[in-house]
Design a binder for this molecule. Structure first.
Ligand code: NDP
Length: 606
């Protein structure tokens, strides 16, 4: 690892000032309200392009052991881990026409995983599958989701093209009534919610967006019938088209080089440049990753999580720019974090961070030939203020004659959409096709969005309970007043860039909770005191990202620049430590999550 030169104190002062100015250029008073939901008149942006019209079926009125809401990796893993615990009737309800979640919906050209496949794809030890690339194409990942579902018999009871519309706890049967938009109202003894965090595509609220007369779509619903080609490229339908793409986040970075190869002209409308580090994708063999040993994938995944959580390990098994950057930041930091000296830690972190960002800015200069374009592609914020991205083709695309970078930072994005193009400043850009790579709404799907009302004991609505009492839970999974409900998600739990790992640990834990409740004939419901004890653990130390993200450039990581979240939202000592804590808890304290069932009249009958 080459250690970049640390900046001088004067350089640091200048950087701070530049970061502040660049942030001020971008913060908007309307924050997250600047976006439009892909609903109502914009609902066609979110329609399922793959499933066609769902087949007619009779509404279900039966009973299952567990209903799982969501068939992405969270739901599939919950299903697989429940099966391993011997649970028979697991019904996954999924809005899309098949399993896969994000990888079902996102099939845009150039789509790849940006986390190493050998740690991202779950259940590799269990399925015997070894990914073919260091960073898998989307289709390989989608097929792996299907593989897991087939292996664990999850198709048998699954409902596709179906959305859960409400969950209601029925005291009499001690089960949940699961209602859907297809008229179902079936009973489930347990419900696991795995609705994901970034699943509803969003559009920028640009005036006139509805007036555009050319072709338009969101990257998560790519229209190959218009562009031609496949996720591997060959977009022959664009050969004579002027294409505008809005958004240069992790998706835009992957799409733009493919568009550049095939479209007549590409206009990239950028508001904030991403950090784009070295990718170095390559084919891999089982030998490369030591896949001949039992448990190789688990070991690799744990090693990765430790490194990206800031721990020091003997060997970096993945050795890519995620792990190298994490290790670099740690290496440049003396052990302030462990000594608990917060001020010294933050100062040292800033120096390490500036060194890393200088390296990334130099990469732009070295690759992009036009100095003005290079300058506008440089990111001016701290590392990981936005999701880091990786590509060996992105900057090169701007050296082509058919790609134009349009910087929209000063106008807070595109100002206006017209019938035949877009307007930025004094310039109108005529377009045949306008593609939105503008990301996804945070917290607008699932039970925290209000679109899926959850009525617990005495009809209490989960959202009302949240509004009145704030987040309360045991480890984020279970909540008093909402028996036999297991929530997957990072609130009062943990998170990491390798989110499938997080989901798998949550699935293991959720399935163990269900098995424990079944074994004891009890309900899954922690007491208020147990929740209080967990909230006290969360409050012991504010996680690093809370102070860090407050000063970042706006984005979905920090509520579009709004700053710190209120109160502790996740385990302060990192995901790896959290998983260790859960493991110990399962061995020693499982009964804390259980509540005895109320005696029934027939139980006391002679
Ligand atoms: P993001 O939310 O990260 O990016 C949205 C982009 O749209 C930003 O560049 C944003 O600019 C831009 N934008 C929004 N509104 C406007 C506007 N009015 N004018 C101009 N530009 C605008 O979405 P992505 O789909 O790129 O990524 C979402 C997440 O999905 C990632 O963070 C990552 O977690 C995940 N992902 C993962 C991948 C993987 O391989 N594992 C691949 C792709 C995505 P600004 O930054 O200024 O707001």
């Amino acid at each position: 690892m080459t250690i970049p030169q640390a900046p001088t104190p004067e350089e640091l002062t200048e950087l701070r000032q530049r970061y502040r100015l660049e942030r001020e250029r971008r913060v908007r008073p309307d924050g997250a309200a600047q976006y439009r939901a892909t609903e109502a008149e914009f609902g066609y942006y979110a329609a399922d392009p793959y499933a066609g019209e769902p087949a007619d079926r009779a509404p279900l009125r039966d009973t299952v052991d567990v209903a799982v809401v969501g068939g992405g990796f969270g739901g599939i893993l919950a299903g697989a881990r429940l099966r391993q615990q011997g649970v028979e009737r697991v019904r996954i309800v999924e809005q899309g026409g098949d399993f896969g979640g994000t990888w079902y919906w996102n099939r845009y050209p150039g789509i790849h995983c940006d986390i190493e496949s050998h740690v991202y794809l779950p259940l590799l030890d269990e399925t015997g599958y070894v990914p073919e690339w260091k960073y898998s194409p989307g289709e390989e990942i989608r097929r792996h989701a299907v593989r897991i579902a087939e292996r664990f018999g999850l198709y048998r009871d699954a409902l596709f093209s179906t959305s859960v519309t409400s969950l209601t706890w029925d005291e009499a049967s001690e089960a949940w009534i699961v209602a859907t938009d297809r008229g179902d109202a079936f009973l489930a003894t347990y419900v696991v919610t795995a609705t994901g965090t970034l699943s509803q595509p969003k559009l920028p609220g640009i005036p006139g967006i509805e007036d555009f007369e050319g072709h338009t779509f969101h990257t998560s619903r790519w229209d190959y019938s218009y562009t031609g080609g496949t996720p591997d490229g060959g977009l022959s339908g664009l050969a004579d088209k002027r294409v505008g793409i809005v958004g240069t986040g992790a998706t835009g970075i992957q799409v733009i080089p493919v568009l550049a190869e095939d479209a007549s002209h590409v206009y990239v409308f950028q508001r904030t440049p991403s950090t784009v580090d070295v990718r170095a994708n390559r084919r891999t063999t089982a030998q490369d990753v030591g896949a001949d040993r039992d448990g190789w994938a688990r070991e690799r995944r744990d090693n990765y999580l430790r490194i990206v959580s800031g721990e020091t390990v003997e060997e970096d098994l993945v050795a890519d720019r995620w792990t190298e950057s994490a290790a670099l930041l740690e290496k440049l930091l003396p052990s302030f974090r462990r000594q608990g000296d917060r001020g010294a830690f933050e100062a040292a972190y800033e120096i390490a961070d500036a060194a890393k960002m200088n390296e990334l800015r130099s990469r732009v200069e070295e690759t992009v030939t036009d100095p003005d374009t290079a300058e506008r592609l440089k990111p001016w914020y701290r590392y990981a203020c936005k999701r880091p991205t990786f590509s060996d083709k992105y900057y090169q695309a701007f050296n082509r004659g058919n790609v134009t970078l349009v910087d929209t930072a000063d106008t807070h994005g595109i100002e206006r959409v017209t019938g035949n193009g877009v307007v930025v400043g004094d310039t109108a850009y005529e377009l045949d096709c306008l593609i939105f790579a503008t990301g996804f709404s945070v917290g607008t799907s699932g039970i925290l969005s209000g679109k899926l009302p959850v009525h617990g004991r005495d009809g209490t609505q989960l959202l009302h309970a949240l509004a009145q009492q704030g987040p309360r839970s045991l480890h984020g999974f279970t909540r008093n007043g909402f028996p036999n409900l297991v929530q997957m998600g990072s609130l009062q739990n943990a998170s990491s860039v390798n989110y499938t790992h997080i989901l798998d640990e949550q699935a293991v834990h959720g399935a163990a909770l269900v098995a424990a409740a079944e074994a004891k004939g009890a309900l899954l419901e922690p007491s208020r005191e147990t929740e209080d004890a967990w909230i006290a653990v969360l409050a012991e130390g504010a996680p690093d990202h809370e102070w860090f993200h407050a000063d970042c450039t706006p984005g979905y990581y920090n509520g579009e620049g709004r700053g710190r979240p209120n109160g502790p939202t996740s385990y302060p000592h990192g995901a790896f430590a959290f998983h260790e804590l859960l493991k110990r808890w399962r061995e020693e304290s499982m009964t804390e999550a259980l509540r005895a069932k109320a005696p029934r009249a027939e139980d006391s009958a002679p």
